[in-house]
Design a protein around this ligand. Sequence first.
Ligand SMILES: [Zn+2]
Length: 233
Amino acid sequence: MRILAIGAHPDDIELLCAGTLVLYHQKGHEVYICHVCDGNKGSMIYNSKELAKIRRNEAINSAKLIGANSIWAGISDGEVVLDLGSREKIIDVIRQANPDLIITHSPDDYHSDHVNVSRLVFEATYLANLKLWKTNYPSSDRLPYLYYMDTLAGVNFIPSEYVNISDTIETKIKMMMEMKSQLGWLKDMHNCDAPEFIKSVAKFRGFQAGVLYAEAFTQQKLYPQGLTKRILP
Ligand SMILES: [Zn+2]
């Protein structure tokens, strides 16, 4: 399968579903990681232009750890809005990957960029394979499965499926540690130590799932898809 994870900011995918992406990679599937925003407002040290460049490189280095392709939509932080231009940008993200499965933010997330990315991905998932809709990339040729990943610290998220990431959590943490510019920011802004945060949430979800470490998801059911089988690893 071709797996596409779409997160708002460079570090969302790494925090919320990277353990599952590592598993997919290990099983021989092709993984694409898209960051919709360029991360240009998340710092007290760099200016926006410097920061966007730094975060682009961090995203590429992080994706490299699992041989994933990094896609960049280039929208400024806080500027993800629901309009036709944004919808076409996300259609092109999907068209670049032509995925069998997409993972993105929950519609009940707490951050406007996350919520709007979730909505745009929901819309574009159904539209990317329309041949008569001309964009910068040729239309995709399938209707992908769509899953929503956990929120930060599980706030306002009731999972319906879990993935056992006990064997991949260390690689997940390594992927997050490549987001070097964000480690200090998370600490200063939210008193969040990234590795401890990842382990604590994964352990909590692991308790729920009956394994050591887990990631949590819900499925967006779409017509017409076979919904009788387990899709996640
Ligand atoms: Zn984010």
